[in-house]
Ligand binder design. Structure first.
Ligand code: UD1
Length: 313
């Protein structure tokens, strides 16, 4: 049994990590300020040590890491458009809190810290698929903040010997992703609307593509990164290695849900990138990563979950 701190553990991806760790018999502490996270995401809340607090406070970061072997840093204010409209708040959550946590993890001598990176750092460079050796080209405050976080993580490995790994997530989706805000991930929003028989709005022409990744695949990679010897100091893509346009997404979801609703087309969104697709060869080599759940299967599981949950009602 090992001890894990999951920052943002009451959020979407964090809660999936927490549940997997508990089922493997590990001891879990969560630190979450509940800005985007929710208690309801954690059905086994009584089995975790829950700290409701903000990592932008350095003392909280120090308290959170005490006695922990591994730190899975998922806490963030996600969403590209949200960062465009309020860069200061997202900077505080995505950069200030990350630096506090890195300092605290270094001082407490944790075994390894895994940072939740983002595909957004690649920006709009034309080459596909995106490979880790390509230069970053952040097109939004969120992308820049995630790039700073991964650079800080690598620097802490070089300067202080703190073992860190960044996993660059590509449009992760699955159960418990909150569909309730205009900043929510597109799959959660579209499922909610289609289940209600309402048309989703596509920003732009709908030909933009994403490498949508089911959350269980990401959990596999993050946990593998905690023990893989060659993962230290690395930044790795984790995705499906495929790309799907928004038009295709609407059509696939309509088939699964069994509705025929025409989408509405709106203006393109500021800070959006056009295409995104990962080269996952490095994660395959270093983490033995293979996506276990296909995109189709992930969509089916996610639709089932929203159908059964009360979130959409
Ligand atoms: C980006 C990152 C992703 C990160 C996420 C955090 C890229 C390629 N991906 O996702 O790694 O985890 O930020 O929030 O940068 N859209 C609609 N209608 C809607 C909602 C969205 O058309 O109602 C469109 C968006 O304009 C965009 C696409 O769907 O083109 C995906 O949007 P979203 O789910 O918000 O994720 P990204 O911004 O791509």
């Amino acid at each position: 049994m090992s001890s894990y701190l999951v920052t943002g553990g009451a959020g979407f991806i964090g809660s999936h990590l927490v549940m997997r760790l508990l089922h493997k018999g590990h001891s879990v502490r969560i630190v979450d300020n509940l800005v985007t996270g929710r208690h309801a995401n954690l059905p086994e809340l009584e089995r975790v040590d829950f700290l409701e607090a903000d990592l932008a406070n350095a003392e909280i970061a120090q308290k959170a890491v005490q006695g922990m072997e591994f730190v899975l840093h998922q806490a963030a204010i996600p969403s590209v458009p949200r960062s465009v409209s309020d860069p200061v708040t997202s900077h505080r959550a995505n950069v200030d809190a990350t630096l506090n946590l890195l300092c605290a993890a270094r001082d407490a001598k944790v075994a390894r810290l895994i940072f939740a990176g983002s595909s957004s750092v690649y920006g709009d460079t034309p080459t596909l698929p995106k490979h880790e050796s390509m230069p970053a080209d952040p097109r939004s405050p969120y992308a820049l903040q995630k790039f700073i976080g991964e650079q800080y993580s690598q620097l802490f490995t070089e300067l202080y010997g703190l073992e860190t790994t960044t996993i660059r997530y590509f449009n992760v989706f699955g159960p418990r992703q909150d569909p309730g805000s205009p900043y929510s991930g597109v799959i959660s929003r579209f499922i909610k609307l289609l289940l209600a028989g309402e048309p989703p709005t596509i920003h732009g022409d709908g030909e933009q593509t994403r490498d949508f990744t089911y959350v269980d695949n990401v959990v596999d990679a993050v946990l593998a990164a905690c023990s893989a010897p060659d993962a230290v100091g690395r930044v790795m893509n984790v995705a499906m290695g495929e790309r799907t346009s928004l038009k295709q997404l609407v059509s696939m979801l309509s088939d699964i849900i069994g509705v025929a609703v025409e989408p509405i087309y709106g203006d393109p969104r500021g800070g959006d990138v056009r295409d995104s697709q990962a080269d996952c060869a490095l994660a395959q080599e270093v983490l033995n990563y293979q996506p276990r759940i296909s995109f189709q299967e992930g969509l089916r599981r996610t639709v089932d979950w929203y159908r059964q949950s009360s979130v959409h009602s």
